[in-house]
Design a protein around this ligand. Structure first.
Ligand SMILES: Cc1cc2nc3c(=O)[nH]c(=O)nc-3n(C[C@H](O)[C@H](O)[C@H](O)COP(=O)(O)O)c2cc1C
Length: 181
């Protein structure tokens, strides 16, 4: 099994510049060498998505949403005419669907009434992935990771149980896929 890892915190993507924005929105046949060069990085990231049998997005929450490096990654992969197209009925995803697992690490709490916060991250990721055609998304949100060792241990146990659960339903799905085939 080949695993491709892209660590955005260690190798942050550059912010999309004006040439990228113009090239991205331009009709394909109008692009020259400058525009094609500006799309190279985006094409590399999209090729990684297209080659993947399954995708894992493991991210912290920053100010209730995705960290800016992950948002920048989204700006490179969610491209009109490439990973989705716009129609009068709305956007249609162009990537073939495959399982996506998102693991979201949060320093604070979502369940404690005294420290409630709103999670814009999970619905945002689901929405933008679906825009590109990725609908089969399973998410886990880990809370209180900045609230001491006990909370971290609890989150680690939750993560381990979730992975076992996901692996079991993955195996079950593969068995039923075989039966259909
Ligand atoms: C800039 C920044 C913004 C953050 N915003 C939130 C937030 O909105 N909600 C939250 O629960 N945690 C927030 N955190 C905490 C991170 O989610 C937490 O640090 C992350 O889960 C990683 O855990 P670790 O720092 O123990 O590795 C923020 C952290 C940083 C650095």
């Amino acid at each position: 099994m080949l695993i491709t890892e892209r660590d955005l915190s260690q190798w942050p993507p550059p912010y999309p510049d004006q040439t990228f924005v113009e090239a991205s929105l331009m009709a394909e046949k109008e692009r020259g060498a400058r525009e094609l060069a500006a799309l190279t990085y985006s094409e590399t990231l999209i090729a990684e998505l297209e080659a993947a049998d399954l995708i894992v997005i493991d991210t912290p929450m920053h100010n209730f949403i995705v960290p800016s490096v992950l948002k920048t990654w989204v700006d490179y992969v969610a491209r009109p005419g490439r990973t989705f197209r716009s129609t009068p009925e709305g956007k249609v995803g162009l990537l073939s669907d495959r399982p996506v697992f998102t693991i979201i690490a949060c320093g604070g709490s979502f369940s404690a009434p005294s420290a409630e916060q709103t999670d814009f991250l999970t619905p945002y990721l689901h929405y933008v992935l679906a825009t590109m055609g990725l609908h089969d998304v399973s998410s886990l949100r880990l809370e209180n990771l900045r609230r001491g060792a006990v909370a971290i241990e609890r989150a680690e146990a939750q993560l381990a149980a979730w992975i076992v659960d996901q692996a079991a339903s993955w195996k079950k799905r593969q068995r039923s896929d075989c039966r259909i085939a």
